[in-house]
Write a protein that binds this ligand. Structure first.
Ligand code: SF4
Ligand code: FE
Length: 484
């Protein structure tokens, strides 16, 4: 059965020779680096949960390509149930990590590339779909993590790729060879790159006839010659480096990460190229990937939201404020907002339909509505969490002070809430809320909710396009008895 255990996954990363820079230095061993490890633990959870009998059918499913049991993160969706289970799986992973578990970008890229390559072949007589299916069999068999890489740096936003002063600002073909292509450029905001085995590159925007060299999709191993990543900074990310910051971290086990990944003249063999100059399909691929990833947030952010709501309720218990009616009302509001997000994720899945290739795609309008809500509700949920937590969340002393034999007892005494709860527990839950609202997990829960899978305006454009205003006007005119 092609399912790796948590340990096998971690070992498989050790075998890679991925180049990662952090604080100006090449990291010798990213797997055990204290700043990187929490993000690895989050991805490892997608393997760990898949080993549990109780999640059989949710974390795992049967591949339509090989007939074998695979991790759902490597699956090509074959029904509405698959789309629904995807969202449920993401909520589960968010609940178990309280962080971004990174593996969804690959899953969303697989499904977008799968259906788009089918339609390119139909139009151009190419064989991308066959090649991609073969690639997917490899991914499923090895149970790999694949970084779905879409976002180019984009340079001057008013100019097309081929009109940029520096052409490398959109990843492009710099050489065409008999056996493949050589590419150069970069991908920004790459979620989970360091914890991935492979990269599946896609174009970042719809393109015109002059942009042929930029309309490319392909897969390469993360340690292919010419690829290196620069690790992104996160709020509070060096706390791990200080001694005794386990409490201060808020979530010392799990996290997420992003990178800026450079492709310095990287060779891609023909069998791993899935789009090569068919510019009119670039927009379709972007739209489909974005649609899937906008659905994804209706699962993962909801799972993390569950953790934040729980933490807020625990903070209220520890403060002795849990009976106050306004606290209860705030918790109700948080649950209401969180479940509204989940409803959107489920709804766009239920309303999904088969593409020409046979895999299932979400309803694009509802997926965009889902993501538009994601750009707002986590902020409100975080605001309410901060309200319930109280100011101590941002003024309390460090773990070192708490553990100090001389001043620790004062913290123990004066920062106590209800008498039965150790002060340390109170500080722990407040640090978790800090982690999610202001610390390293806020990268995923707040700002990534705003910009991930496209910034809010991108969804509004799609909502305008998909909203079928003409039909709505007709409905109104019919009822108002307006004849034209
Ligand atoms: Fe998955 Fe959510 Fe992280 Fe995106 S933000 S990779 S959907 S967990
Ligand atoms: Fe994302």
């Amino acid at each position: 059965m092609p399912l790796m255990t948590r340990e096998e996954y971690i070992d498989s990363l050790r075998n890679l020779k991925q180049k990662v820079y952090l604080f100006g230095e090449l990291i010798e061993n990213p797997v055990d680096h204290p700043m990187i490890r929490p993000s690895l633990n989050s991805v490892a959870m997608t393997y760990e949960l898949a080993q549990k009998n109780e999640y059989e059918g949710l974390m795992t499913t049967t591949s339509s390509l090989t007939g074998k049991v695979v991790n759902r993160f490597c699956h090509i969706h074959k029904s509405n149930d698959d789309l629904i289970n995807k969202v449920k799986m993401q909520r589960l992973c968010g609940q178990n990590t309280g962080a971004c578990f990174q593996r969804c970008v690959g899953m969303d890229a697989f499904n977008a590339v799968y259906s788009t390559t089918f339609e390119i072949d139909e139009a151009h007589g190419t064989d991308y779909h066959k090649k991609f299916k073969k690639y997917m069999e490899y991914v499923q068999e090895k149970d790999l993590v694949v970084d779905g890489a879409m976002t180019d740096p984009k340079g001057d936003r008013s100019l097309a790729p081929s009109k940029q002063k520096d052409l490398d600002l959109f990843l492009r073909v710099v050489e065409r060879r008999e056996d493949g292509i050589v590419v150069r450029g970069a991908k920004a905001h790459q979620t989970g790159m360091v914890n991935s085995h492979e990269i599946l590159v896609m174009p970042t925007i719809a393109m015109g006839p002059d942009d042929k060299d930029f309309a490319i999709a392909f897969a390469v191993p993360v340690d292919a010659e010419g690829i290196f990543s620069i690790y992104g900074r996160q709020s509070c990310d060096t706390r791990k480096l200080e001694e005794g910051a386990e409490i201060d971290l808020g979530n010392s086990t799990f996290g997420g990460h992003e990178t800026l990944t450079i492709f310095e003249d990287v060779f891609v063999p023909n069998e791993r190229i899935f789009l090569n100059g068919e510019v009119e399909f670039s927009g379709m691929l972007v739209e489909r990937f974005a649609g899937y990833h906008r659905q994804s947030y209706g699962g993962c952010k909801v799972g993390v939201g569950d953790v934040l709501i729980g933490a807020s309720a625990v903070a209220a218990d520890y403060n002795g404020a849990n009976k106050a009616s306004h606290i209860k009302d705030k918790l109700i509001e948080m649950i209401h907002l969180n479940e509204t997000l989940y409803s959107c994720g489920i709804a766009c899945s239920c309303e999904g339909s088969a593409t020409k290739s046979g895999n299932y795609q979400i309803d694009l309008l509802l997926a965009n509505v889902c993501k538009q809500n994601i750009t707002r509700f986590p902020y409100e949920i975080a605001r309410l969490a901060e309200d319930i937590a109280g100011g101590l969340m941002v003024t309390m002393p460090s773990e070192k002070d708490l553990k100090d034999p001389k001043i620790g007892p004062y913290i123990e005494k004066y920062l106590k809430g209800v008498a039965s709860v150790p002060t340390e527990n109170r500080l722990r839950i407040l640090r978790l809320i800090e982690n999610l609202t202001l610390g390293s997990a806020a990268v995923g829960y707040r700002t990534e909710s705003m910009h991930g899978a496209g910034s809010p305006q991108a969804q509004r454009i799609m909502i305008w396009r998909q909203g079928n205003l003409d039909k709505k006007k007709k409905l109104a005119k019919a009822i108002a008895k307006i004849k034209e």
